[in-house]
Design a protein around this ligand. Structure first.
Ligand SMILES: *Cc1c(COP(=O)(O)O)cnc(C)c1O
Length: 390
């Protein structure tokens, strides 16, 4: 019997080694990884430059405390600011923590404007994490059920519906911010419609709200640009990052711009581990390698290739509702729940994911090459066709 709390429905496999796009289990069987630890291992498994940077930093200095200056944290903040045109960063250890920071920032921003019950607009089908504030913000009853009372101070609208927000603006004077994933991940790989993010930017400007983008999943090169919002010619006031930032080493960040960057004062927020030298070394190296190896262009090219290959294989297959995504965030929606495909794929030596019940989700590393992409398309298409025939 396991001494682990029963929080995960784990698949019957134990990986012991990784290299690039590949993983090996304890029996020596090899698996092609089209999930990358759920959008985490952007550089693939055990990238030599990442291994070297982490090893060297570990031998030099692992942790001090945010009571002291941390050189690599300053460098990482400055690097992220330059890449995103945001001004300031707060470092933490996960996506949920990054969003907690954003939520606290928005509430404080509201109180500073004498709004006593600051309220954040959040989306249906969103996912922001598993802490009390972030599960309240998430638009998925499954992550909330059993954990009531939820927090107050959130109001929900459909994703891709700016008109719904305009209606709220006209009567709710407590709104302080919109929190939205630039691209929804867990909700089924849902992309913003043309002008949606621009409309949100306009509404935030008009009403003095903060536009807060959760790029925990879609950020750090996965969309083909550093940040998914950069496809939309806007900038947010707040942006959260985590998953791909350390390529497997835990680190999260809440970035802020302009007036939002001035909200937190000493004592308002903190983290013991956040942004320690080791985590920052991992993140700086991740950003360097993405640049050096031109991985965003690769994400665009191979992502487009994967989607067009899937269309060629599946376009006329009844039961395939839509093939969508951008860069290396790929969703294939079927007409019925298909969670069992994950186990089928595993048997065939392939790691995939199904989210939102009927969306097959692929989030491979940014280093993926065409031959690996071809293998993924071939196995997944075959499994889908077989599944839909039954
Ligand atoms: C995974 C995810 C989170 C939560 O991140 P954790 O590191 O698991 O806390 C938040 N937002 C989005 C969009 C995510 O995909």
């Amino acid at each position: 019997m396991s001494n682990l709390m029963n929080t995960y429905m784990q698949l019957p496999v134990t990986f012991v080694k990784g290299d690039g796009m590949w993983l090996w289990d304890e029996h020596g069987k090899r698996y092609l990884d089209a999930l990358a630890g759920v959008a985490v291992c952007g550089l693939g498994h055990c990238h030599p430059k990442l291994v070297k940077a982490i090893s060297e930093q570990a031998g030099m200095l692992i942790h001090t405390s945010n009571l002291y200056h941390i050189d690599k944290q300053e460098k990482l903040a400055s690097r992220l600011a330059a890449l995103s045109t945001m001004d300031k960063a707060f470092f933490c250890n996960s996506g949920a923590e990054a969003n907690e920071a954003a939520i606290k920032l928005a509430r404080l921003y509201g109180h500073n404007k004498n709004i006593d019950l600051p309220t954040i607009i959040v989306m249906e089908r969103s996912f922001h994490g598993r802490t009390m504030a972030t599960l309240t913000a998430s638009g998925n009853r499954k992550v909330q059920a059993g954990f009531e009372p939820l927090l107050t101070g959130f109001t929900r609208v459909p994703y891709n519906d700016a008109t719904a927000i305009e209606k709220i603006a006209s009567h709710n004077k407590n709104i302080v911010a919109i929190l939205v994933e630039s691209y929804q991940g867990e909700g089924g790989v849902n992309l913003p419609q043309a002008n949606y993010l621009q409309d949100l930017r306009y509404l935030c400007d008009k009403n003095n709200w903060l536009l807060m983008l959760d790029e925990v999943q879609c950020g750090i090169g996965r969309s083909g640009k550093w940040f998914a919002f950069q496809h939309s010619a806007i900038t947010p006031d707040v942006m959260t990052l985590a998953k791909g930032l350390g390529s497997g080493f835990p680190i999260g960040a809440c970035l802020a711009k302009g007036k939002a960057a001035e909200v937190f004062k000493p004592g308002n927020h903190a983290s013991t581990f956040g942004g320690n030298p080791l985590a920052c070394a991992a993140a700086l190296t991740t950003l360097n390698v993405i640049e050096e190896e031109d991985l965003m262009r690769n994400a665009t090219d191979v992502g487009n290739f994967i989607r067009s290959e899937f269309r060629a294989q599946l376009d006329n297959v009844t039961g395939v509702t839509q093939i969508r995504g951008q860069g290396l965030m790929i969703g294939i929606e079927l007409s019925r729940p298909c969670g069992e495909l994950v186990r089928e794929a595993l048997i065939h030596g392939l790691l995939i994911n199904v989210t939102s019940d009927k969306v097959i989700r692929l989030l491979p590393s940014l280093i993926i090459q065409r031959d690996e992409a071809t293998q993924i398309v071939s196995v997944v298409s075959t499994l889908i066709k077989k599944f839909l025939e039954i």
